[in-house]
Design a protein around this ligand. Structure first.
Ligand SMILES: Nc1nc2c(ncn2[C@@H]2O[C@H](COP(=O)(O)OP(=O)(O)OP(=O)(O)O)[C@@H](O)[C@H]2O)c(=O)[nH]1
Ligand SMILES: [Zn+2]
Length: 212
């Protein structure tokens, strides 16, 4: 190995190389979306030289990758803090009214509403805001509401090391409201129950505790 090659190898650590690869993949995704969105706009007959539209393909690419679909990238999963359940709390912990903003995978328009998440702790409790962050992370991608509901439930089972989890989501779907059947008033409710919440008594206690 000559001195030049030696120098090349020593410039970056393995972690830095991984970061550079991630950045370049990120840039590539942005460019791909920008390119294809410009084609969609052209096909619609929009003029890309219009000053207000010129940057739109770039804006859409940034919005998809960095914002509304960031849940497609596992690296964006929030850091989670747990605490030992020192008080031996064995009742339901319920976080209600969590904002849900997601995208329908069939039409790529938003569905939005709220979630209620409950669990009965065993040895650990989770930082409350982390529940909101987990919901937000899984919401940030195109999908159907059923999948979102189950995904949050399964992840919490795993993180909290308990089966006793209940989730309720209710949402308005713009694909139902703004087009197609054009029904703005209807909304969709989905549930996930596991462990103790499969019993009718616990299920009702959860459903009766959440806000309307
Ligand atoms: N189960 C489920 N269906 C959804 C969700 N979001 C949207 N959909 C439905 O996905 C279906 C797609 O149906 P298609 O017949 O393929 O599409 P379409 O012709 O645009 O259907 P319309 O919306 O009825 O005009 C529609 O009935 C949507 O209402 C969701 O979260 N869960
Ligand atoms: Zn839809």
């Amino acid at each position: 190995m000559n001195g030049k090659e030696q120098h090349k190898i020593n410039i970056f650590s393995n972690n830095e190389i991984k970061n550079l690869e991630t950045i370049s993949k990120h840039q590539e995704k942005l460019k791909t979306i920008e390119h294809h969105f410009a084609k969609i706009m052209e096909a619609l007959g929009l003029k890309l030289d219009d000053p207000s539209l010129k940057e739109t393909p770039k804006r859409v690419a940034k919005m998809y990758i960095n914002e509304v679909f960031k849940g497609l990238n596992e690296e964006n999963f929030p850091s989670i803090s747990f605490f030992e359940n020192v008080s031996g709390y064995r009742e339901m912990v319920l976080v209600d009214n969590i904002k849900v903003y997601s995208y329908c995978e069939h039409h790529f328009v938003p569905f939005f509403g709220k979630a209620a998440v409950a669990y009965i702790p065993k040895d650990r409790v989770i930082g409350l805001s982390k529940i909101n962050r987990i919901v937000q992370f899984y919401a940030s991608k195109p999908q159907i509401q059923e999948k979102l509901t189950v995904e949050i439930g399964e992840k919490l089972k795993n993180l909290l090391k308990t089966d006793d989890i209940a989730i309720h989501i209710e949402a308005n779907h713009l694909c139902v409201a703004s087009r197609g059947v054009e029904d703005e008033k209807s909304y969709t409710k989905t549930n996930f129950f596991s462990g103790k919440f499969l019993k009718e008594k616990e299920k009702s206690r959860f459903l009766n505790s959440i806000s309307n």
